[in-house]
Design a protein around this ligand. Structure first.
Ligand SMILES: NC(=O)c1ccc[n+]([C@@H]2O[C@H](COP(=O)([O-])OP(=O)(O)OC[C@H]3O[C@@H](n4cnc5c(N)ncnc54)[C@H](O)[C@@H]3O)[C@@H](O)[C@H]2O)c1
Length: 247
């Protein structure tokens, strides 16, 4: 029986990048409620500490770490610390990334937003991964299903989807790799835009008349990691309320 936690085993460990806020925070909290040990990585240490404190108050376990996912050495140390304190992570969630409004030069941005996903995943794969290992990366409808976003943002999200498909084929004997493509999600980075008239109109143009909560995205991420999705490999799953069907 898969039960309410999609068959995930307490004692398993997940690394969540960008765990202090938004989608990463919701994913860390949900995984923690499933009994997983959560390694919460973020530049924002205070936010990651709060997430782990919330998991611990609910009886779970985890470890907050100050990690810049673009820094190879810091990532290497964080995997070592995760392994020592929680165990080898069966699961990885590549969620951290700069907001689309960031003023970034194209090539540097791809290195930050997509290069970091590849580097973190390579380091994770270099561990002695347990069986049924799985990675979920957070792409976007941007760059994959729609083109109306800054050049580097959509291109980096398309690169993440392409890298996911590579993993899904070339490393399928060791792990499953999937990606999610959220549309608009109600996270701190979206707050000021959604407060504008344009943002409000955008929200209402969604077939469901609303945008996603971070928890709705987190549930899909945990499902894709879990044994409930044991034969799902290489998908890019839109979580957009059907918005891209109307374009
Ligand atoms: N919010 C949306 O509408 C939306 C839509 C599609 C895709 N996404 C994607 O979802 C992911 C999470 O977005 P969110 O809206 O939850 O964002 P958010 O701003 O609420 O949280 C992002 C977190 O990532 C951390 N972070 C950023 N760069 C980092 C780095 N180099 N190393 C470690 N941590 C870092 C930040 O400190 C922050 O805590 C991003 O990849 C984003 O592109 C978001």
């Amino acid at each position: 029986m898969l039960g309410q936690n999609f068959g995930m085993r307490g004692g398993d460990v997940v690394v969540v990048t960008g765990a202090a806020s938004g989608i990463g925070r919701a994913t860390a909290l949900l995984a923690g409620s499933f009994g997983l040990g959560v390694s919460a990585w973020d530049l924002n240490r205070a936010g990651a500490d709060e997430v782990i404190a919330e998991i611990e108050r609910a009886g779970g376990r985890g470890k907050a770490m100050t990690v810049d996912v673009t820094d190879d050495e810091v990532v290497s140390s964080a995997f070592a610390e995760t392994r020592e304190t929680l165990g080898v992570p069966r699961y990885l969630v590549n969620n951290a990334g700069p907001p689309s409004v960031a003023d970034l030069e194209f090539r540097a941005a791809l290195q930050i937003a997509a290069g970091s996903v590849q580097m973190v995943t390579e380091q994770w794969m270099a561990l002695e991964l347990p069986e049924a290992a799985a990675v979920v990366s957070v792409a976007s409808v941007a760059g994959n299903l729609v083109g109306a976003s800054p050049d580097w943002y959509g291109s980096s999200k398309a690169a993440i989807a392409g890298y996911t498909r590579f993993l899904a084929v070339r490393h399928a004997r060791r792990l499953r790799a999937n990606a999610v493509a959220p549309g608009a999600v109600d996270t701190p980075r979206m707050a000021s835009y959604l407060a504008t008239a344009v943002g409000q109109a955008w929200r209402e143009s969604n077939p469901m008349g609303r945008i996603a909560s971070p928890e709705e995205v987190a549930a899909v991420i945990c499902f894709l990691l879990s044994p409930a999705a044991a034969y799902v490999n290489g998908v890019l799953l839109p979580i957009d309320g059907g918005a891209t069907l109307t374009l």
